[in-house]
Ligand binder design. Structure first.
Ligand code: MN
Length: 305
């Protein structure tokens, strides 16, 4: 499960990181390090050499904050193995994206959405774009609109199920299986129509994706393209991202309603506190219905009790 991620930074960035991570510093002295810190599930070890190591399921995400300032080329981290054809944005495309993998509470949701070229301008006019630029209410509202307009498949792995699967699937493997399945189901629904391309919002190098797909009973391996920030390259990924984020937010709301108190997204200290409250109410059995138990938050919550 643990993922390691190493970047090399300048002296200036290292100084900046030291300041930024000051509140998260661990009381730990390791030879040749400037600091050791922990942010959520990510342990950050900064060496005097300028090498900074990020460890944990969210390592890549945390490291990405500093990637622009890194002296290591970004492609070493997440190889951009696909070059998209110049006019790809105007093709009829299945886009897929997932949400929830970095949040302690809530499900993992994956959506594959098909946008025929005749629908591209309409979706753009409706404001379908990078979900990071949209507010939660906008995302939920847009998701309803998109679902009426285009074919899609949405898979939701609720925490209970996630906790059953997780010991046998690492995070990347699970995502690959879900993307593959969502795309396969959508292709079946579309037949005999075929997309000109399938764009997966990249979360692992293409080689890795293809390696894990080989474990699946039914494998979609053709016309696949992988890019990070896929929503910038085709509106189908933006649509998939909005639908999966809305589903994630709705599930979180459902969890909050069931529990009678608000359940946060993310994996910060608020999550530890809420988890402790659930543990107190019904122990790990209850918590397993709401949270991804393998996150470090579980242990932190147990300590809080
Ligand atoms: Mn994504």
């Amino acid at each position: 499960m643990a993922q390691n991620h190493v970047i090399k930074v300048s002296k200036k960035t290292l100084a900046e990181m030291t300041t930024v991570y000051q509140p998260n510093r661990l009381n730990k002295t390791v030879p040749y390090t400037v600091f050791v810190a922990k942010v959520g599930t990510t342990t950050i070890t900064a060496y005097q050499s300028g090498k900074v190591m990020f460890q944990g399921p969210q390592a890549e995400k945390e490291a990405a904050r500093w990637e622009g300032t890194s002296t290591t080329p970004k492609k070493k981290v997440s190889p951009q193995t696909t070059t998209l054809p110049a006019d790809f944005g105007n093709w009829s495309v299945i886009g897929s994206d997932e949400v929830g993998n970095g949040s302690y509470f809530g499900p993992v949701t994956v959506c594959a959405a098909y946008v025929d070229k005749s629908m591209i301008s309409k979706l753009k006019a409706l404001g379908v774009r990078d979900s990071k630029e949209l507010t939660d209410p906008q995302i939920i509202q847009l998701s309803h609109v998109i679902k009426e307009l285009i074919p899609y498949k949405l898979l939701i792995v609720e925490p209970k199920k996630y906790n059953e699967i997780q010991p046998n699937y690492n995070a990347v493997h699970m995502k690959v299986a879900l993307h593959n399945q969502a795309i396969y189901l959508l292709l079946q629904e579309l037949a005999p129509t075929k997309p000109e391309g399938i764009l997966i919002d990249q979360f692992t190098p293409e080689k890795n994706y293809r390696k894990y797909v080989r474990n699946e009973k039914i494998q979609v391996t053709e016309k696949l393209f992988f890019v990070t920030k896929g929503e910038q390259y085709h509106v189908a990924v933006a649509a998939a991202s909005i639908i999966s984020r809305a589903a994630f937010l709705e599930e979180l709301d459902k969890e909050s309603a069931e529990l009678g108190f608000s359940v946060p997204s993310g994996a910060g200290s608020k999550s530890d506190q809420v988890a402790a409250r659930i543990l107190k109410k019904g122990g790990l059995d209850l918590l397993a219905n709401y949270a991804k138990l393998h996150f470090a938050n579980t242990q932190k919550a147990q300590k809080l009790l």
